[in-house]
Design a protein around this ligand. Structure first.
Ligand code: BJW
Length: 252
C-alpha cells in the first residue's frame, strides 16, 4: 500500500517538469539544525539578534561567531537520502528544478544540477564595504575584533537576512519554475518565510499538483493538494523506488 495518493503518482509519472522546494527539514537528517522546530536555531537565539543586517552591524563578533559555527557544521555534514533522492529524480523526469531555502550546498553535493538558492549560501563570504569575496569570517565568540576585509570592511556570509531582498536572478528563476511545473514537491519547510512560502501557492494557481513531505502540517497544508507525513530521508527514497518500479513495469 503506497503512502502516496494515486493522483500524485499519476501526475508525477506524466510530468515534464517537477519543481522541488526544500527547507531546513530536508537537511535535518544530515545533522543540520532547522530554525523553527522545538530544538531549532530560533529556540536558542532570536533571529532579530542574528539574521538581520542591523544585528550584524550592532554586534559583528556575535553574528560572525554564530555563522562560523554553522559553517563548520555544514562543511562537516554529508547529503542524506533525501538529497540523494532529489538528485535521482533527474533520471526519471525530463526537467527538475530544485528551489532551496537552504544555505548548505547539500543539493549540489548530492548531484542535483539545476539548483536555485533563494537565501544564498553559507560557503561564500564578502566584504560589506568593497564587495570583494573574502576568504573567511572565522571568529571566536570571545574575540575582541570582528573579521575584516583588507579594506577594513566587515566580512559577512553570502546569505539573505530578514529585510533583505532575494537575488533577482534566483527569485525570477524560482517564480518561473513554480509557474511552469506540473508537480511541485515541498520538502521540510514550515512555509512561514516569504516570499519562498508563496511559491507552492503560485504553482497551485498555475495548475500544478502540489504536495508536501513534512513531519508535521505547515502553514500551507490546507492550501495544497496533499500532505504526506514522515521524514524527508524516508519519504523521498520511497518515492524514487515507486517511480523506478513503475518505469520498469512500463518498459516491459
Ligand atoms: C522535517 C524534518 C524531517 C524537520 N523531514 N521534515 C510578506 C508577509 C509577511 C512577512 C514578509 C513578507 N515579505 C517579506 C516579509 C518579511 C520576511 C518574512 O517572511 N518574515 C516572516 C517570518 C513573517 N521575509 C524577508 O525578510 C525576506 N526578504 C524579502 O521578502 O525581501 C523583500 C522585502 C524586504 C523588506 C520588507 C518587505 C519585503 C528574506 C527572508 C530571508 C530568510 N532568511 C533565513 C536565514 C538565512 C540565513 C541563515 O541560514 O542564517 O532563511 S530565516 C530562515 O527561515 C532561513 C530559512 O531558509 C527560512 C525558512 O525556514 P525553513 O527552511 O522553512 O525552516 P523551518 O525551521 O522554519 O522549518 C523546518 C520544517 O522542516 C518544519 O516544518 C519541520 O516540521 C520540518 N522538518 N525535520 C521532514 N526530518
Amino acid at each position: 500500500m503506497s503512502l502516496f495518493t494515486p493522483e500524485f503518482l499519476d501526475r508525477l509519472f506524466s510530468a515534464d517538469h517537477v519543481t522541488v522546494l526544500t527547507g531546513a527539514g530536508a537537511s535535518a537528517e544530515s545533522g543540520i539544525a532547522t530554525f523553527r522546530d522545538p530544538d531549532g536555531l530560533w529556540s536558542k537565539s532570536s533571529p532579530a539578534e542574528l539574521a538581520s543586517y542591523d544585528a550584524f552591524v550592532r554586534n559583528p563578533v556575535r553574528v560572525q561567531s554564530w555563522y562560523s559555527a554553522r559553517i563548520r557544521a555544514v562543511l562537516g555534514a554529508d547529503p542524506n537520502p533525501c538529497h540523494v533522492s532529489v538528485a535521482a529524480l533527474e533520471e526519471l523526469v525530463p526537467t527538475v528544478t530544485v528551489v532551496t531555502q537552504n544555505v548548505d550546498r547539500l543539493h549540489h553535493r548530492a548531484g542535483s544540477t539545476n539548483v536555485v538558492e533563494l537565501h544564498g549560501n553559507l560557503i561564500d563570504t564578502y566584504c560589506v564595504t568593497c564587495g570583494e569575496t573574502c576568504t573567511t569570517l572565522e571568529v571566536d565568540p570571545d574575540a575582541s575584533e570582528p573579521a575584516k576585509c583588507v579594506c577594513g570592511g566587515l566580512v559577512r556570509p553570502a546569505v539573505v537576512w530578514f529585510g533583505e531582498t532575494l537575488s533577482r536572478t534566483a527569485f525570477d528563476a524560482a517564480v518561473m519554475a513554480a509557474s511552469r511545473c506540473d508537480v511541485c514537491i515541498c520538502i521540510g519547510t514550515s512555509a512561514e518565510v516569504q516570499p519562498a512560502a508563496s511559491l507552492p501557492i503560485l504553482a497551485s494557481d498555475h495548475g500544478s499538483y502540489v504536495v508536501e513531505f513534512n513531519v508535521r502540517e505547515t502553514a500551507i497544508s490546507d492550501r495544497i493538494d496533499a500532505t504526506v507525513l514522515g521524514r524527508a530521508g524516508t519519504l523521498m527514497p520511497l518515492l524514487i523506488n515507486e517511480m523506478r518500479e513503475q518505469s520498469n513495469v512500463g518498459a516491459h
